[in-house]
Write a protein that binds this ligand. Structure first.
Ligand SMILES: [Zn+2]
Length: 287
């Protein structure tokens, strides 16, 4: 690219977004440049507005318009609607709980956990939570259930991971290589179970969560994934269009996608599997 430092800068910035590398960043930039009026102009305007007008509430931690106290009516309780606060680590947690429609109440976003690297108690919105509970006469504090000291044996842990890993690989390999979505996929005991994006999301988020909370390690998960890939390959041996994953794990797009769903699971919007599945299916088709 000659004399286009602006473009290079844009590619650099976009490739910093989760799930995007330099190649996809270039594709996005190309799309933008070809649609200057429809995309670049409104995008620039909206980004500037978000930067100027949106901030985190210093009391409850939700995103809000900077101009008003709390756009959610979340912590500035004018009309008391709820008597529960759901305490979560970050905004992504709030969004996934909101999407699931399982909780009706106020949110409180701590902005991290004390155990995450570099966080001090003072960095988290803990004092304001105590104030809110007192002031708003909250009956109940709900937190995402996390087993505080798991006493599961290594075998029990690995068995659970194996189950999820097998389901994950069984679904992903059919989708990536053959474009087959919802279908009956044999489980670890060769019982055909209906798998779709929802069960895929549960399996991948389960392992992602356990890696995040230190129940297992990335290395251990990769080892189990390789073992399970062999089982899935065996289960599909009669499918003539099937491409084995265990012959070359590094070059198997399906295997790599299943791993990405786990190891990039924390960065996926509400844990959805769509972005990574589509990106990798496209890569596979272009390969
Ligand atoms: Zn607030």
């Amino acid at each position: 690219m000659q004399n286009t430092s602006e473009i290079e800068e844009l590619v650099k910035l976009i490739s910093k977004l989760p799930g995007l590398g330099p190649k996809s960043a270039k594709r996005i930039v190309l799309k933008l440049i070809n649609n200057r009026d429809e995309l670049v102009k409104p995008l620039a305007k909206t980004l500037a507005e978000v930067y100027k007008n949106i901030s985190r509430c210093k009391i409850c931690g939700v995103l809000k318009s900077s101009a008003i106290d709390c756009s959610y009516d979340n912590c500035k309780v004018i009309q008391k609607k709820y008597n529960q606060i759901c305490v979560v680590e970050n905004i992504a947690d709030q969004w996934s709980i909101e999407n699931s429609n399982i909780f009706k109440g106020y949110f409180h976003i701590l902005g991290g956990t004390i155990s995450s690297a570099g966080n001090k108690k003072e960095d988290l919105l803990i004092n304001s939570l105590i104030e809110r509970v007192k002031k708003d006469k909250i009956d109940d504090l709900l937190t995402i259930p996390v087993a505080d000291r798991p006493n599961w044996s290594v075998d029990e842990i690995n068995k659970e991971i194996s189950n999820s890993a097998q389901t994950l690989l069984g679904y992903v390999v059919r989708w990536i290589d053959q474009g087959v979505g919802c279908s009956k996929v044999p489980d670890i005991n060769n019982v055909g179970l209906m798998e779709d994006r929802a069960t895929l999301r549960i399996s991948s988020q389960h392992i992602a969560n356990w890696v995040h909370h230190g129940v297992t390690t990335k290395m251990q998960v990769i080892e189990i994934m390789k073992e399970m890939a062999k089982i899935v390959d065996k289960q599909n041996e009669n499918d003539q269009n099937y491409i084995k994953m265990s012959t070359d794990y590094d070059r198997s797009t399906a295997f790599q996608t299943a791993c990405e769903l786990i190891f990039k699971g924390k960065d996926q919007p509400s844990g959805y599997t769509e972005p990574l599945l589509h990106l990798n299916r496209l890569k596979k088709k272009l390969a």
